[in-house]
Design a protein around this ligand. Structure first.
Ligand SMILES: [Zn+2]
Length: 125
């Protein structure tokens, strides 16, 4: 982990913003999950979100899964460690994509594989 505390702070805020975004989306698309909330504060949202139905819904939500992994990685101080090769993920990449868990080379390789395309791997450096 080579992130400074300031960088960790930025990442924490970026993940919090992302979580809020997912909450807002969930509230818009699945308002029934939020009936109990009735104008209460953030604590109530957290309570509502721990409800089974919501948990199940969010479990299928890939962004939410990515967010939870990113939070776990942040709490373990491994946010900038690529899960594939262990190389350091540049902080600019985490700024652009707070839930990134692979370095650019591994992400590129993964996407090339997923799309079954023969992209040029970033072999320079
Ligand atoms: Zn990597």
């Amino acid at each position: 982990m080579s992130l400074t505390s300031n960088e960790q702070q930025q990442l924490t805020q970026a993940l919090a913003a992302l979580q809020q975004q997912i909450h807002d989306e969930l509230r818009r698309h699945q308002p029934q999950y939020f009936q109990v909330e009735a104008g209460a504060g953030d604590d109530a949202i957290a309570d509502v979100l721990s409800h089974d139905a919501v948990a199940q819904y969010l479990h299928q939500h890939t962004e939410w899964q990515a967010l939870q992994r990113a939070r776990a990685r942040l709490s373990e101080n491994v946010s900038d460690v690529c899960i594939e090769c262990g190389e350091t993920i540049p902080f600019v990449r985490l700024q652009a994509e707070p839930t990134a868990e692979r370095c650019i080379a591994c992400q590129t390789a993964l996407e090339a594989n997923e799309h079954r395309l023969h992209l040029h791997p970033h072999s320079s450096m």
